[in-house]
Write a protein of this length. Sequence first.
Length: 604
Amino acid sequence: MPTNNWIRFLRNYGPIPTNDNMYDETIQRALARLKMQPIELPAQHLAWLVDNFRSEECQSIILTGTAGDGKTYHCRRVWLELGGTIEDWNGGEKIQRLSLGSRQLIVVKDLSELRSDESKPLIEQMAWDVADPNSPRVYLMAANHGQLLEKMKTAGSDKTTSALVEVVENLLVVGRSGNSAIKLDLRDLSRSAAAVMIDQVIDAVTLHPGWDGCADCPALNGATCPIRENRERLVGTHDKGLFRRRLCNLVEASEQNGGHFTIRQVLSLVTNIILGHPDARDGLMACTDVVELAAAGTAERASPYRNVFGGNLKPSRAERTEPFRKLNLFGIGSETSNKVDNLLVYGADDPALVETYRTLVQTDQVYGETPAYKRAQQSYLEGDDPSAVARFLGLLRGQRQRLFFTISDELADTLDLWDLTVFRYAGLYLETSRALAEKRALPRQVMPMLVRGLNRVFTGMLIQNQDELVLASSGSQSQSRTSPLLEEFVSVARRAGEEVALLGDGDGDMKLVVRLARDDPPEVTLQLSTTRFEFLGRVAEGALPTSFSLECHEDLLAFKARLLSAVERRRFLDGDDRSDGIVLKFIDLNSDGRASSRSVTVRL
């Protein structure tokens, strides 16, 4: 059986139990053993790092992040770009030294690997060097978040070392050193957007020269090889990149929810998509598996759309393995809609659905309407086999996953694409985020939806106001579920210093900003994650707040409390005198569901 060494090497990056993909050094040894060209991964800071160390005014750099963010990879690439050799790098030394003209570059591969007796003198020397503008030494240091400050603080308590620790803390927290005399900068690789990086990783893997070894493979005699099929689907030749765009959408939505993807996790995900099969060793196919799987008629179980969620792994292993745990939070496969299930179950026989069924299911003979799926569908509909229901429902889950990645953009609204996920408003969230980043007009429905959701949380009533915020209380600033007393109407459109707006930071993060005054306006902000956006969308359409997320409800009540405090401050600054009485404004609902106020004066 012919084998391609590239496939053997690629398995090292997958979710294998030995965790060989955890270590850059292990990968380098595998490359040398198999005589493979390395994968050129995205290194977004490489050019800046190289330019810095070649400059006459260069400064020392710390690369930090979580395990797998590519810190050691960046260090190795810098080392090679500046004239170091791969033989020296792979020599096993934890600290490498390279001559840069009159300076010496000291590269620390991983600070956490150093014993305290090794890290202490290194950090103390570094503290003196970064404070000395004429120092002959500069540093490139890789360190995990958890280890960086711990190692720094245990190095020493003298004035110079303490100044270094303070600068590192400032760089980590606020992004500025606060001490111009210390020539040190820091880059946190965990802040890199994986949604951008994943496209580059897919290209690096799927377009690698190693695939040339598959060109003349005689193993299948013209039959479909699931490895090559999955690779072609990721390349996007036939779907114009739809599969990878939807994958990027999921990663981006997950990151906006706090689910960070490291470069190592993205590599593992891409590898699993291509090689995944539940019957292969470790759940990852090798060339020797392909013929056996084809003969057994189970090649369709290598579906890349299931592999995205670790469907080729045992459930307990997928739940413990990143990034599948994050992606499975979307519930794709379990979540569905009547439109999609009617299409998958009855589409072949329903005249109203048959054309869409042919486009989305029948045309995919590899992972769509396969013989196994057709048999299970018929048995389910005819009810002649008691076990047919469980078998068909298992296949139905895989088809829902496939449809999420294959429903065209033209049919996405018709079939309610994001109803296949827990986050039905994630598509609108991403569209809004991109509009903010590109400084385009927001989708028309987004602000009315958010304001209506906020008003229903703030009042505990199903009010329809969407052009103004209705700030209400129960007579105090307590977090009461129902608030019948109106404190203030705040205009959404800019008027007299009041405004409710959405702002983006250019990295995809989105926040809601409420301004309450004309001059020196106090701003009250709420960070909008994917979950909070979904919560407001669900509440706007009529869901009870606590039925979706008690945590989100509490967060928004805390936001309301901050708004009420800002309103109270504004009244004080305006000289609002209530010495002769208090005016209570009760909220009344009109016939159209809009809130209005009814005033009652209480004399003191």
